[in-house]
Design a protein around this ligand. Sequence first.
Ligand code: PLP
Length: 451
Amino acid sequence: MGAFFIGRKSYLKIMFFSLPRHSHALKAKFPAQSLGNKSLWCNMLPWLFELEIVMFHHVEPYAGDPILSLNEAFGKDPRTDKINLSIGIYFDDDAKIPMLPSVRAAELKVVAEAGARPYLPMEGAANFRTAVQHLLFGAEHAALKAGRVVTIQTVGSSGGLKVGADFIKRYFPNTTILVSDPTWDNHRAVFEGSGLTVQTYPYYDAATGGLRFDAMLQALSKAEKHSVVLLHACCHNPTGVDLTDVQWQQLLPVLQERELIPFLDLAYQGYGASIAEDAFAVRLFADSGISFLVANSFSKSMSLYGERCGALTIVCPDAAQAVNVLGQLKANVRRNYSNPPMHGGQLVARVLTDPELRAMWEAEVVAMRDRIQLMRKKLFDVLSAKLPGRDVSYFLTQRGMFSYTGLSPEQCDRLKEEFGVYILRSGRMCVAGLNSRNVEATANAMAAVLA
Ligand code: PLP
């Protein structure tokens, strides 16, 4: 064991914690000797010490997820007037995560009918998968009829992104995935975690709070063949800046010409314009005949965050390839988590397929979207009155839960420290955390740090 020194603290730690933990190994290693034997202790302590320090000494500390860490810091902040606009969750005007009445009604029905709980198939429940396809494409879409679309139920759309990333890595091992600058932090983490090289394309225009569409097109028109392009189908996270329908139409030929593979992330369907309009890019791409992937989520649109309901869909060139693609998605699921959970997916399927519940849900989504829009308007009104020289109209044009406020990291720190208003240091604010009681205080605090 070589030269060895045990400090007093380490010695005590070993005596208290290591000795009981390793007693079996100890007896095996030093069977004949008694604890009264001095030389035993000389041999045993370094040996125990090595057992303690060697096994995981190379495991580095986790820096934490910036969004979840800020959310935890908010929880610990003792101020009673603090305002949390950090995490991507829709809160109602009473600052509560809503239980949507349509989902509650679906749950009562699902629970009343529930029987045995077998494993779901690797690809998830058939009724959920069909309902998702109809939601994304419309029930009568030719691509569905041609059998060239495959959908699996996943553990949230994060699970869909991950299974999709693994699929890309396996079948396009040397490809690059291009993500918008900026994008949701976890995109990079998921794709790099699957071994893909991640690069960015221009997206957000800090000068206008809008889109660098020409620069985006130019960058994509030079991308390597078969690169994957991650696109937010609506309600871009973190900026709230979306492509218009016309811009999607202009983007499509660039994707086709370079044979790029779009990967659409549809996490906020219904929060932009409407449930159907937010699927514009999905339907446009499906109409065009190109192959692409979509990960979609019900976390936000059905307020089912903890149920982890999402899907991965791949639109293939033909039905024969679709069969093989589905097979490989199933194989991926099998070796990762075997099959998805049952309950949440059944709530989603029930809401989507029961005409009465579907109508209720669509109205609830409208109400959530309108409430966010109202908060945007209030923010805009206060800020434009307090900062007459500053154009803050981007709060009105950005869509969905998030806005890029234009605040610098230092201004975000001031917002938190002086006013108890928590937004991400990137300047991202979750507008869905505003309500009639905190919106004015938030706008005043922002005006103070921007002045
Ligand atoms: N994609 C984007 C852009 C998101 O913002 C989120 C969640 O915040 C997700 C995907 C993942 O959503 P979930 O895994 O809850 O379905």
